[in-house]
Write a protein of this length. Structure first.
Length: 166
């Protein structure tokens, strides 16, 4: 029971990463590796005894922003989230736009000549600006880097290029 005296009949939620084609779980994900290829929908549905619907977490956040937030009343809204990774979604007419493989703007290649990340790291936007990448590259979590540090200008430039591509 989610609320006292209320019995839920359905559940819906968001999860990070690229969803399986049938939206029952996540594909190979470095953070949710134990869930890769498993049905999150079935596991939760069995536990709760109700139907469960799954969507990408950033897609749901973008939908909320488009319908109730800053994008309210706008026909096309693009939403990006920069966290452990870099996700994004396109909302059109208040509906999550269809995509054959989900929106993963963090996977776009930016460091084409590999001058920033070298040859051992895939030169993606995510590997340049995500919280995980920043911590790995600079040896400290992003929130611990002072706002006055010049690295923020560098990261803003990379993020700006990724947003421009969008």
């Amino acid at each position: 029971q989610l609320l006292s005296g209320v019995t839920p009949t359905h559940a819906a939620g968001g999860v990070r990463g690229l969803l399986t084609e049938d939206k029952t779980g996540v594909e190979n994900d470095p953070i949710l590796e134990k869930w890769a290829g498993e049905s999150i929908v079935a596991a939760l549905g069995d536990q709760w005894g109700i139907p469960v619907q799954l969507e990408n977490d950033t897609a749901l956040a973008g939908l909320g922003e488009a319908v109730y937030g800053a994008g309210k009343g706008v026909d096309i809204v693009v939403y990006h989230a920069i966290s452990t990774g870099v996700g994004g979604v396109k909302i059109e007419q208040g509906t999550i736009d269809e995509a054959s493989r989900g929106f993963e703007p963090g996977h776009q290649i930016l460091d084409i000549d590999r001058t920033v990340l070298g040859s051992d790291i895939t030169p993606t936007l995510e590997n340049l600006v995500s919280g995980t990448a920043v911590a790995e590259r600079f040896g400290t979590p992003a929130p611990d880097i002072p706002q006055t540090d010049a690295v923020w200008d560098e990261l803003a430039e990379y993020l700006g290029q990724g947003l421009r591509n969008t």
